[in-house]
Write a protein that binds this ligand. Structure first.
Ligand code: APR
Length: 169
């Protein structure tokens, strides 16, 4: 049974096997978590992202999909890039957000990762309401059978931490 924990902090500082990036579909970097991971992880990560674009992901990574690269200079072994859905007032994209967590765990298990750090995917630039983002994250991770031993939700702000910690009980 996977252990779920919520911590306040910077995901780039987490000493885990795999760090999940709230990536852009281009896989070529961005702001928020994406910017922090590329800035601190160094150019190796982008080099592998470019190689992915040149091979299997010519049109970029689809929303809800996940793919791994090196973690470069980060204290982790891998970065798992996943593209969250942009919040919509008219369309329910919950299943796409759930897919980010499910697919990232699948990739982590394939790599043999035992510990995985997740940010609150889509709750920043993509404007997903934090409480609903936390609900989907925790419900999805709890529902997926996995060989991953620990999932660590790494939250930047106090509201995010409270939203996750409050649901983890
Ligand atoms: N560590 C942990 N959490 C962080 C960090 C960090 N260093 N930086 C930001 N966050 C938090 C944000 O506060 C937010 O709660 O991660 C959550 C996700 O925010 P974003 O990084 O903006 O990701 P998202 O909302 O999924 O938007 C993705 O933004 O940066 C671009 O290229 C990226 O186009 C993509 C989009």
């Amino acid at each position: 049974m996977v252990e779920l924990v919520a911590v306040r902090g910077d995901i780039t500082e987490q000493v885990v096997d795999a760090v999940v990036n709230a990536a852009n579909s281009s896989l070529l970097g961005g702001g928020g978590v994406d910017g922090a991971i590329h800035r601190k992880g160094g150019p190796e990560i982008l080099a592998e992202c470019r190689a992915l674009r040149a091979s299997h992901y010519g049109r970029g990574l689809g929303t809800g999909q996940a793919v791994a690269t090196t973690a470069g200079r980060l204290p982790a072994r891998w970065v798992i890039h996943t593209v969250g859905p942009v919040w919509s007032d008219t369309e329910d994209r919950s299943e796409l957000l759930a897919s980010c967590y499910r697919e990232s765990l699948r990739v982590a298990a394939e790599l043999g990762a035992e510990s995985v750090a997740f940010p609150a995917i889509s709750t920043g630039i993509f404007r997903w309401p934090m409480d609903d983002g936390a609900r989907i994250a925790i419900e999805t991770v709890r529902s997926v059978p996995t060989t991953v031993a620990q999932v660590r939700f790494v939250l930047f702000g106090d509201d995010a931490y409270q939203a996750f910690q409050g649901r983890l009980g």
